[in-house]
Write a protein that binds this ligand. Structure first.
Ligand SMILES: C[S@@+](CC[C@H](N)C(=O)[O-])C[C@H]1O[C@@H](n2cnc3c(N)ncnc32)[C@H](O)[C@@H]1O
Length: 306
């Protein structure tokens, strides 16, 4: 899980709505979550920053069959796409998707039993503003559920390729990522490791019965890479490499680096190293030697409105 500033002329997060998103959750873990958080009580749900509705559809599998869904996103294209996909998934009659801002939700106070988001607070200049709105539109006793990552953690995961890199190269890459995350945040574009801070934010906003879980899904890569999620990951990596893209495009990455306190003179070398790493990974995949446990941290932070 990841993200970025919208490149010009492309809607927000366009780079990340690829096939990998269909494999983010283990269904048995979602069922466990439904039990832990008493989803049986949910008659209606709001998905804030719904994008193409991946989170709505994932949760629909474990919510009561009568649950009504509302999704909201600030991008027209995602709102239309979410509605189409919901229809294809058989949810058309009990879902609606509308355009709007997560920091000023166009809903009355106390409207929903479940107010949730997935990888959205990480994009807001101040996640607390979005959370406050989520709490406002939740019913009393209703559930607020924020699913947000600590993307710094994924950067510390070794693959068979990075395991062979010298310590200095590994450390420089980690430092590069941290500088980029801090730069993105300094530019008011959100914080890619916000998940670490969400429980404290909920507590400060008066949310009760706070619970913090983590997705139990790893995305292991090992030959022959023939599983659908493995193929989707390889497709993404090859697509990025072909476009000289790496998480973000070069110009965006450089703007984050400089805003994070990095020196312009260091940037080219770090960008090239990122490209070399991608190339080495692709070559190892093509040779059938690449492997990685591929862990990531995705928190599910929930609480109840008093
Ligand atoms: C990484 S995507 C996540 C989409 C969806 N929740 C999912 O997990 O598939 C972030 C989404 O938040 C939306 N977004 C970002 N800032 C927003 C805001 N202030 N108000 C509403 N939507 C916003 C973007 O348009 C994008 O669809």
């Amino acid at each position: 899980m990841s993200d970025h500033q919208p490149p010009e002329n492309r809607p927000h997060s366009a780079e990340f709505f690829n096939d990998m998103r269909d494999f983010w959750w283990n269904l048995d873990f979602l069922r466990l979550t439904a039990e832990r958080l008493e989803f049986a009580r949910v008659a209606n749900m709001l998905d804030v920053g719904c994008g193409l509705g991946h989170w709505t559809r994932a949760l629909a599998q474990v919510l009561p069959e009568s649950t009504r869904f509302t999704g909201i996103d600030r991008e027209d294209q995602w709102v239309r796409g979410a509605a189409e996909r919901a229809s294809r998934a058989g949810l058309g009659a009990r879902s609606e998707f509308v355009k709007g801002d997560a920091t000023a939700l166009p809903f009355a106070d106390e409207s929903f039993d479940l107010v949730t988001c997935q990888t959205v607070l990480m994009h807001l200049p101040d996640a607390r503003v979005g959370l406050r709105e989520m709490i406002r539109v939740a019913k009393r006793g209703g559930l607020i559920l924020a699913t947000e990552p600590c993307n710094m953690a994924s950067m510390g995961v070794f693959s068979s390729v990075t395991d062979a890199f010298p310590t200095d190269v590994v450390a420089a890459t980690l430092r590069f990522h941290l500088t980029l995350q801090r730069g993105k945040r300094a530019l008011g574009l959100g914080f890619n490791s916000i998940g670490d801070l969400v429980p404290g934010m909920m507590a400060a906003l008066g949310v009760q019965d706070i619970r913090v879980y983590m997705s139990d899904r790893a995305a292991p890569m090992y030959p022959p890479y023939d599983k659908p999620d493995q193929r989707a990951e390889i497709a993404q990596l090859k697509d990025w490499h072909a476009r000289e893209h790496w998480v973000w495009d070069r110009a965006t990455t450089k703007s984050y680096y400089v805003a994070g306190g990095g020196g312009e003179e260091d940037f080219d070398q770090l960008w090239q190293q990122a490209g070399r790493q991608m190339r080495a990974e692709i070559e190892a995949m093509d040779a059938g030697t690449y492997h990685c446990g591929n862990a990531s941290i995705t928190y599910l932070v929930s609480g109840r409105k008093e």
